[in-house]
Ligand binder design. Structure first.
Ligand code: GLU
Length: 380
């Protein structure tokens, strides 16, 4: 008999993963008739209770508000036909969803807490640190936070839209060791397993390169949630960049975490070596205010850990203020770094390509010598 050795991280055991974020997609939580799948959820909550008893701290990121609310309000297109519909559905569904989580967790003697956050709450550094402190306190109090996007107030342009990336950002804010996405697929395949019989599951992903990114097919298979494989890979990029492992496993079985622990399938994206927290926050941001296009010399200098000097800048795009987050890109559109600009966009455009000694004359005041300081820059 051939012994099959399981990777030690499989199942994210409490001994290796002290703090875990579990994300549950809409199609798992809500049945086609619009009811919460309470029996299944009870098996998941039992999994959570077992992990908590074993010393693991758990944060839940729960979708399902829009799906649940849309059925209750009888809205077309699953409530996603317009922003107003989605917001009304979310407001209606969220209250039912939280009641459900609170009572099921309570059955197992666990206190639940609710946190509704917007993309802005996590992109604004002060609010991010606040959310982070709240999560930390809830963890030390032994509470299980149930998190969702505050869909009823988020605007169309400024929202996560999918809870995969929200889960990764929450993992980062909570300094979690790992994030697990419970999904209607059981991992990342080399091709779409529904249409290609030769598609193979990839168990461990050490680095998200172009080959891995190309395996994503976009779109949600269930049509209920909004995340597809693309958003899962983006979530993996955020989580692993922040030093957390991320797994995709199937939630289509009862007690999905025990099932995974006992040899069930799954894909694990391994955490990158931990970056400094501030740099991780920068790299994981989803929105930037502008772009600074640099030449090959500047690209090399940044790669060697140097700050960005105005001399290496080819052009500036977008409108940003001093201290805003900008992407630093090559002329062919590749993002190489992200950082806080020391100048606003108008001044940055004026000093682009200029040597530091000419800048004082140009601006009429003593300039800061760098455009983006290396301490406020993360390579991506
Ligand atoms: N926040 C949305 C909801 O609760 C779900 C987003 C998603 O589909 O991932 O319905």
């Amino acid at each position: 008999m051939i012994a099959v050795s399981m990777p030690p991280l499989s199942g994210f055991p409490p001994a290796l993963v002290r703090r875990l974020v579990i994300k549950i997609g809409s199609a798992l939580l809500v049945d086609p008739a619009g009811q919460v799948r309470v029996d299944w959820l009870r098996t998941l909550v039992a999994d959570v209770a077992a992990r908590k008893s074993a010393g693991q701290q758990v944060i839940i990121v729960s979708s399902g508000a829009i799906a649940l609310g849309a059925r209750r309000l009888k809205l077309p297109k699953g409530g996603r036909g317009s922003l107003e519909d989605a917001q009304a559905a979310a407001a209606t569904g969220q209250i039912a969803l939280s009641q459900c989580w609170a009572s099921l967790l309570d059955e197992c003697g666990i206190t639940a807490a609710q946190m509704l956050v917007t993309l802005d709450d996590l992109e604004n550094r002060r609010r991010y640190l606040n959310a982070s402190a709240t999560l930390e306190r809830l963890m030390t109090l032994g509470v299980v936070p149930v998190v969702n996007e505050n869909d009823s107030v988020a605007t169309a342009e400024i929202r996560f839209g999918d809870n995969d990336r929200l889960a990764a950002r929450i993992g980062q804010a909570a300094r979690a060791d790992a994030v697990v996405l419970l999904s209607d697929v059981d991992g990342l395949y080399t091709a779409n397993p529904h249409v290609d019989a030769d598609a193979m599951l990839i168990e461990t992903i050490e680095r998200i390169d172009a080959r891995i990114a190309a395996m994503a097919d976009g779109g949600s298979a269930s049509g209920m949630g909004s995340g597809g494989m693309t958003s899962k890979i983006e979530a993996a990029r955020i989580a692993t960049g922040a030093g957390a492992h991320l797994a995709i496993i199937s939630g289509k079985v009862d007690a999905p975490l025990s099932h995974w622990t006992n040899g069930g399938k799954g894909s694990i994206f391994l955490a990158a070596p931990a970056k400094r927290a501030r740099k991780g926050w920068l790299a994981g941001r989803l929105t930037v205010s502008g772009r600074i296009i640099v030449d090959a010399g500047a690209e090399r200098a940044l790669g060697q850990g140097n700050s960005l000097l105005p001399a290496g800048v080819a052009s500036v795009e977008g409108v940003f203020a001093r201290g805003d987050v900008v992407d630093i890109m090559t002329p062919d559109g590749r993002t190489i770094a992200r950082g806080l600009s020391e100048y606003d966009s108008e001044e940055a455009a004026r000093i682009a390509g200029k040597r530091s000694e000419d800048i004082a004359v140009l601006l009429g005041h003593l300039p800061r010598s760098v455009l983006v300081h290396r301490d406020h820059m993360a390579m991506v």
